[in-house]
Design a protein around this ligand. Sequence first.
Ligand code: ZN
Ligand code: ZN
Length: 306
Amino acid sequence: MLDQTFSVTFWGVRGGYPKPGPTTIKFGGNTTCLEIRAGPHLIIVDAGTGIIGLGEKLVAQHLATGKPIVAMILFTHTHHDHTHGFPFFTPAYLGSSVLHIFGPKLLHQGLEEVLASAMLPPLYPVRLDEMSSMRVIRNVSENEIITCDAAGGSPQARNVYHEREAHGQGQVKVRIMRSYAHPQGIFIYRIELGGKKLVVATDVEGYAGGDKRLIKFAQGADLLIHDAEYTAEEYLNGSPPKQGWGHSTWEMAVEAAQAAGAKKLALVHHSVHHDDTFMEGMERQAQARFPAAIVAREGLTLDVKA
Ligand SMILES: [Zn+2]
Ligand SMILES: [Zn+2]
């Protein structure tokens, strides 16, 4: 019997920096991290501070079952709010853990180099190469597709032109779109399993008339997770205006979901300046335009298939 689990749990939904405290209790203060369960595979997107709680849960499960932690980590990019939880991801310190880490090469620096540079004394006591886990860190490009087979084997990255060599029932496929709508660029990921599609598009700014490449990439997505850091008022008339900062308004996210024919939309990368009351209001406004929209909150799990 094939494992057809396909779900996403939000461990961090905040952008910029962590914002704990009484004003963010409902939606959460941790920065970006998603736990995706696709068949037997665990796929983690980004390592903001949300990954710390996820790591603690994985270690508790490991101690209870004795099973090693095996995960794929996909980085959208390496800005602090997407990487600063990684040094505190406890599974990386266990010798039995296996981490397959993929992400973009930006500004002539490889992903491994960037992660290592954030873990150097005097900024941090343990170097990346001193973590006990087995790590395979690989830069990928949008010409590549990452596949994982139904039996739970290691992920393989190959050129999309050789995609036909990657087949098999229950296979998970990860496709990449390089977006330039954020400083230094980012990766948008499309994860596919059993004909269902989950698209993660955080840290993207909408374009006039919509981001046509993204709309095509996310066409028919069962769930689109999209940046919605600003309101239109903040974007256009904020002090200073936020145009060109690499983030979207919730209206841009709704327009992208509608144009792509997405079945559900989850808004993420919440501004540190928006408290719970504000976010609830934003959710009502977004739902008036797109009923299947939700504002993602920490701890929420969505079934991609539903
Ligand atoms: Zn960010
Ligand atoms: Zn960023």
